[in-house]
Design a protein around this ligand. Structure first.
Ligand SMILES: *Cc1c(COP(=O)(O)O)cnc(C)c1O
Length: 346
């Protein structure tokens, strides 16, 4: 890895961050707070939230096996993705490299930040060729984006290829593990110490069943997390979200239960999907969704909409011709989908 200072935008490296009232007061036990121009009347939201979300991170440290100094929390993973661009990529000059197809937010954030986005196609099994990604980099490539299990393909990327990039690329590697809770493949969280250029993304939006609270996690070296904290909005995670996250982590047996039910339903739904005359192929998955090649995906998508069922039409995406992406729902929802498709087929 190149020295962090060479990878970070000079203005960010030099930045003196905003210092909030709650940043400046630390440690002492105080009872009278007249420092932040808050209202004294307890709504109960009159106080600003903890800018560093330390209570949430203390729980996450145990749960994820990552020290607090290596945890960043944001307004969804999307905030962390945007921060990667704002911290590392000089607009109009630097570029990033990513697998294709993958999660659409990386390219959108690149466009917003005026950073060139280089797409390297996966192979027909949706696996990546680390050498092809390395060949797409140049001296202005700051970041490589990977997603495993990948969205929309559902598969995990081969571990050896990921390691090859982590060791062979001198910039930052972002590994989005939003769906890792549904996979039997081990997370790279345990490898953070070995790879100082690794940023892992996780989210409360999928397995934690809490897309509505907007809470995303990034795990990285304390130096990278410190850079994210310097650039983020001072109070980027609100009190309601922090409270909801603490409550969720206290009932995590339910998480296991939901995950097991989703995995069970996934197997049933995929087995039935393969039998549908309108389905040509079901791709293997390690996520809470799967990709299916259909006999005319757009026609089937429109038909399902008329039945009040919404799936994701991915047929315009590279390597996903005629593919629908199906999220695993409740047994009732999955049955409704199958029933509609059986009627379509006859
Ligand atoms: C759903 C998803 C996320 C989650 O984003 P949030 O902003 O945390 O809701 C992140 N990455 C991928 C690949 C996803 O599919």
């Amino acid at each position: 890895m190149r020295p962090l200072k060479e990878l970070v935008r000079p203005n960010i490296w030099e930045l003196s961050p905003y210092s909030s009232a709650r940043d400046e007061y630390k440690g002492v036990t105080a009872t009278v707070f007249l420092d932040a121009n808050e209202s004294p009347y307890n709504t109960p939201f009159n106080r600003y939230p903890d800018p560093l979300q330390l209570e949430v991170k203390a729980q996450l440290e145990k749960l994820k096996g990552v020290p607090q100094a290596s945890i960043f929390l944001g307004n969804g993973s999307d905030e962390a993705i945007d921060l990667v661009f704002r911290v590392f990529c000089n607009p109009g000059k630097d570029n990033v490299v990513a697998i294709e197809p993958t999660y659409g937010m990386y390219a959108v954030c690149a466009d917003i930040n005026d950073v060139a986005y280089r797409r390297v196609p996966l192979d027909k099994d949706f696996q990546m060729d680390a050498d092809a990604l390395l060949a797409a980099t140049d001296e202005n490539t700051k970041v490589i984006f990977l997603c495993s299990p990948n969205n929309p393909t559902g598969n995990v990327l081969h571990r050896a290829q990921i390691v090859k990039l982590l060791t062979g690329f001198s910039g930052i590697v972002v590994l989005d593990e939003a769906y890792a809770d549904f996979s039997s493949a081990p997370s790279f969280r345990k490898e953070l110490d070995a790879y100082p250029n690794l940023i892992i993304l996780n989210t409360f939006s999928k397995a934690w069943a809490s897309a509505g609270i907007r809470l995303g996690m990034a795990f990285a070296s304390p130096e990278i997390v410190a850079l994210f904290n310097k650039v983020k909005y001072p109070y980027n995670v609100n009190i309601l979200t922090q409270k909801a996250a603490l409550d969720l982590m206290n009932k995590r047996h339910e998480l296991n239960d939901w995950r097991n039910r989703i995995l069970h339903e996934r197997a049933t739904l995929m087995a039935n999907f393969k039998l549908l005359p309108c389905c040509k192929h079901v791709y293997p998955t390690d996520a809470n969704f799967f990709l299916a090649k259909m006999d005319n995906a757009t026609k089937i998508y429109d038909y399902l909409i008329r039945q009040g069922i919404v799936v994701r039409n991915r047929s315009k995406i590279m390597l996903c011709d005629d593919c629908l992406r199906i999220t695993i729902g409740t047994p009732q929802e999955n049955t409704s989908l199958l029933r509609a498709l059986r009627q379509y087929s006859v």
